[in-house]
Design a protein around this ligand. Structure first.
Ligand SMILES: [Zn+2]
Ligand SMILES: [Zn+2]
Length: 188
């Protein structure tokens, strides 16, 4: 069994460390299915709050795209010639730079997490997987992320089985214990 094989002890907590769990140095504790420690929310993103984090990134991205569209349409509709003062122009340039920069950043973050969800990976597992792939390649083997059980199933494990509740951050009744996860071997 893969999950038994991966059972470890945390060196710092001196406690059982379930699969996909990592010790966060900032939070000083083990985090189930740890994704990353987020400086913006001053907390870890892991098993229990990953859906809320993802939905938050989705709404923030949508809002900033909406804001960019409103801004662009405002810029193109405005009759710029009669405006003599440059302060308004500076405001537009500053705001445009900020909103476009924010939109690109959030879109990248959102796209990255869509990729991770589709492959049932955490940010940490992505980098660990790269190393495992490289090591497997050197020994002439192939490596496949064990928790990737198909795109749709991967989505339902994070966002829930009911599609109507996918964008509701508090609909997390599908979360179980964060200790055991279905793997490819369970399905085959
Ligand atoms: Zn620990
Ligand atoms: Zn943390």
């Amino acid at each position: 069994m893969l999950q038994n094989a991966e059972q470890k002890k945390c060196d710092k907590c001196f406690a059982y460390k379930p699969p996909r769990t990592h010790h966060c140095r900032v939070c000083r504790r083990c985090i189930l299915k740890m994704d990353h420690h987020c400086l913006w929310i001053n907390n870890c993103v892991g098993y229990w709050n990953y859906k809320a984090f993802f939905v938050f990134v989705f709404y923030a991205t949508t809002a900033s795209i909406y804001s960019t569209i409103i801004f662009m349409s405002c810029v193109f509709q405005k009759d710029w010639d009669p405006i003599k003062g440059s302060s308004l122009k500076i405001f537009y340039v500053l705001y445009g730079t900020m909103v476009v920069g924010l939109t690109i950043t959030l879109l990248t973050l959102f796209g990255w997490h869509v990729y991770l969800i589709l492959h049932n990976m955490t940010t940490i597992e992505y980098y660990e997987g790269n190393r495992a792939k490289w090591l497997a390649m050197r020994s002439g083997q192939s490596y496949r992320h064990p928790f990737n059980i198909g795109a749709y199933k991967n989505i339902t494990l994070v966002l829930g089985p009911n599609m109507l509740k996918w964008l509701c951050p508090t609909a997390v009744s599908h979360l179980k214990d964060g200790v055991s996860f279905p793997t490819l071997r369970d399905n085959s």
